[in-house]
Design a protein around this ligand. Sequence first.
Ligand code: NAD
Length: 480
Amino acid sequence: MTTIKNYINGDFQNPIKGNWIDNYNPSNGEIYGQLPDSTKEDVENAYIAAKSAFPSWSQTSLEERSRILIKISELLETNLQRFAEAESKDNGKPVSLAKAVDIPRAASNFRFFGNAITQFASESHESIGQQAVNYTLRQPIGVVGCISPWNLPLYLFTWKIAPALAAGNCVVAKPSEVTPLTAFLLGDICNEAGLPKGVLNIVHGLGESTGQAIVEHPDIKAISFTGGTTTGAHIARVAAPMFKKLSLELGGKNPNIIFADCDYEEMLSTTVRSSFANQGQICLCGSRIFIEASIYEKFKTDFIKKVKALKVGHPSESDTNIGALVSKSHLDKVKEYIQIAKDENGIVLCGGNEVKVKGYENGYYLEPTVIEVQSNDCRVNQEEIFGPVVTMMPFQNEDDVLKMANKVKYGLSATLWTNNLKRTMHLTNQLQAGIVWVNTWMLRDLRTPFGGVKASGVGREGGFEALRFFTEAKNVCIKY
Ligand code: NAD
C-alpha cells in the first residue's frame, strides 16, 4: 500500500484530523493506497509555512531561483521511468504516453520558467511634455494557491507551480484527489534540488474541503485553477468578494473542422490522436468533428478503420493505444453520454462498449467510440464528455461550419484542416477559441498564451502571461 502524505515546510506529514481517502488503480479497479483527507487546519499549516518562507524566497536572486527550478527539471528527467509508471498507475494512461508526454512536459515546465524568469522585463514610460519617468515593478504576490485536475496530473500541476515559484511566490498547491501520486513524489525532488522549506507546500484532499479551504483562505491572494467549468464558476463566486487574482482554465468542446483540400493522410492520423489521445481526456481534444460533405463518406470509412485498429489494453503494455479511464464514476458518466447519444438518434459507428481486459477485468476500459450525429444542437455536441467519444457530421460550406463551431458555450481550442489561405485567415479570425491549430494539433510552444474564452475560462497561462499573472504590477512615477 502506498501512503501519500502532505508536503508541508519540506516535511511529509499526516493529515491533522487523521482521515484518509482510498486511492484506486484504474487499470484493475483495486485500492492501492491512501491519501490525506486534509482539512482547513492542514491548509492553514501549509499557509503558515509558505508565509514564513516568502520574505527570503522573494528576495532570492533570479539566478538562484532559476538554478533550483532547472535542477528540479533535471531530477524529473533522471526519474522519468519511475514517474511515468506512477502517473500511469494513478491515472490509467499508457506508461508509454506518460513517458513521452506527461513527465517530459512537467520537466520542461520547470526548465522553461527557470529560464523565462531571467528574461522577464517590465515597462517604462517616459512622459512627453513633462519631466517624469514611469517604470513598472513586477513584484511577487505572496502566497498563492494552485489547484489542478486529474487528466494530465503532473503536467498541469507543474504548469502552475513553476511560474508561481519562478516569480518569487510561495505556494499552497492541491493536485486532484483522483491522481495525487506524482505530486507526492515531487516533494522529494524539490528537497533534493535544494528548494527551501515552505516555498512549495502540497496539501492533498477533496475539492469541496481541502480545495475550498485554499480558495476561502483570506491571505492566499491568487488562485490558479484548472478543472471543470462548474467548479470554476463556484471558485469565482467564493474568491470574488475577497478580490483575489484568478486564472481559470476550464472545460472545452472543441471543433475539428476538415475541408476537402487538406493533406488527407496527415489529417486522418492526427484526427485519430486529437480524438483519443489520453483516452480522450484532454481538454483540447477535438470532440466535435465536422467534415466537408464532398469527402464525408470517404473520411467516415477511413477514420472508422483506423479507430477500430486502436488497441485498448493494460497501460503497461507497450502496444496499448488506449488505457483505462481515470475512475469508475467517470467511466459511468461517459457511458451515460453514449446512451444519451442513442436516445437522441445518434448512430454509434464504432465502439460504445466497455472492454474487459484479460487479467484486469475490473479495470475501467472503454472502446474508442465514434457517433454520427444529425445536428450540432444535440447534447453530445453541446456538453463536455471528456472521454474516448467523438461525434461527426458533414457540413456544406464555410459559413455553415463556422456557425456550428461557435454554437457551443465553450471556447477553448479549435482545429482547422485546409490548404486554402483565404479561408484559413477568415476562419482563424472568426472562431471563438483561445487557441486555433491549423493543419496540426497539440503543437505547443510554451511561450504562447494558453487559455479559453466563454465558458472555457478567464485569463491566460504560458510564457510571460503566466509570470504577469503571478506578479503584481506597481507603477512608480518619478518627476525630475
Ligand atoms: P474538477 O473541477 O472536478 O476538479 C479540478 C480540481 O479542483 C481538483 O483538484 C478538485 O479537487 C478541485 N476542486 C473541486 N471542487 C473544488 C472547490 N469547491 N474548491 C476548490 N477546489 C475544488 O475537474 P476534474 O474532473 O478534475 O477535471 C476535468 C475537467 O478539467 C474537465 O472539464 C476539463 O476540460 C478540465 N480541464 C481544463 C483544462 C484547461 O487547460 N482548460 C486542462 C485540463 C482539464
